[in-house]
Design a protein around this ligand. Structure first.
Ligand code: DX5
Ligand code: ZN
Length: 235
């Protein structure tokens, strides 16, 4: 069965990591006006990944700038210490890394208790099969298509085949209706069709949108055009 059965369009989540932080509200408004579905917030701690980026304060500024869901991607160690802070800042979705959680099930439960939708992310070298026993507990799985840490990296070409294995796993497991399959890293008009065909339901894009020659709104529209014609794989 197709992950997109029912005709729900594939979602686009611009990553504000590539936005101009000096005009953050305007950069958020521009992509929302162009049809962005969520705003993706990349949180990095300098430990789990080499870079340091955004915290709850900037997340709250994004929240004030828009009514669309705020999708927080925690690339941090001990994410359990910061769940309340990001929820209070306005996160609607909170995604943690499998590799960063000693007690993933507990973290996922806590995110839901706080009133947000939990997601779990895996790095490119982590087998998709590790997700099997948590699938029924989450609203989103995020397959990294680069090694997390920086915007503007090259898409890892094995990602579509990993996605197909993940979609097979979903077909096999009891998963909640509408479970989102998100991809993140190196997504642009050239790489998006292959991930949509492999079963992605939500695309994160930073540099392709905020670095677009025609501006961020045109970046969203170009990505939308690129995926419109893409077929969706049946599991
Ligand atoms: C990677 C982050 C991504 C990244 C996306 O560590 O999780 O969200 O910023 O940026 P692009 O689209 O530029 O690869
Ligand atoms: Zn991300």
């Amino acid at each position: 069965m197709s992950r997109r059965e029912g005709g729900r369009p594939v979602g686009i989540s611009p990553s504000i990591l590539s936005a101009d932080f000096g005009r953050l509200a305007a950069d958020v408004e521009a992509v929302v006006a162009a049809g962005a579905d969520w705003i993706h917030v990349d949180v990095m701690d300098g430990h789990f990944v080499p870079n340091i980026t955004i915290g709850p304060g900037v997340t709250a500024a994004v929240r004030r700038a828009t009514g669309v869901p705020v999708d927080v991607h925690l690339m941090i160690e001990h994410p359990e210490r910061y769940l309340e802070a990001f929820r209070e800042a306005g996160a609607d979705r909170i995604t943690v890394h499998y590799e960063a959680c000693a007690h993933l099930h507990r973290v996922v439960e806590r995110i839901r208790e706080l009133g947000a939708l939990p997601g779990v992310a895996i790095n490119p070298a982590t087998p998709v099969e590790v997700l099997r026993d948590i699938l029924s507990e989450v609203d989103l799985v995020l397959l990294m298509t680069v090694n997390p840490g920086f915007g503007g990296q090259r898409f890892i070409p094995t990602a579509p085949s990993r996605l197909r294995r993940l979609v097979d796993l979903l077909a096999d497991a009891r998963v909640p209706d509408g479970l989102e399959v998100q991809v993140d890293g190196g997504i642009d008009a050239a790489t998006a069709p292959a991930v949509v065909e492999a079963g992605a339901t939500n695309l994160v894009a930073g540099s392709a949108i905020y670095g677009s020659e025609g501006g961020a709104a045109e970046g969203v529209r170009a990505l939308r055009r690129a995926i419109e014609g893409a077929g969706v794989r049946k599991a």
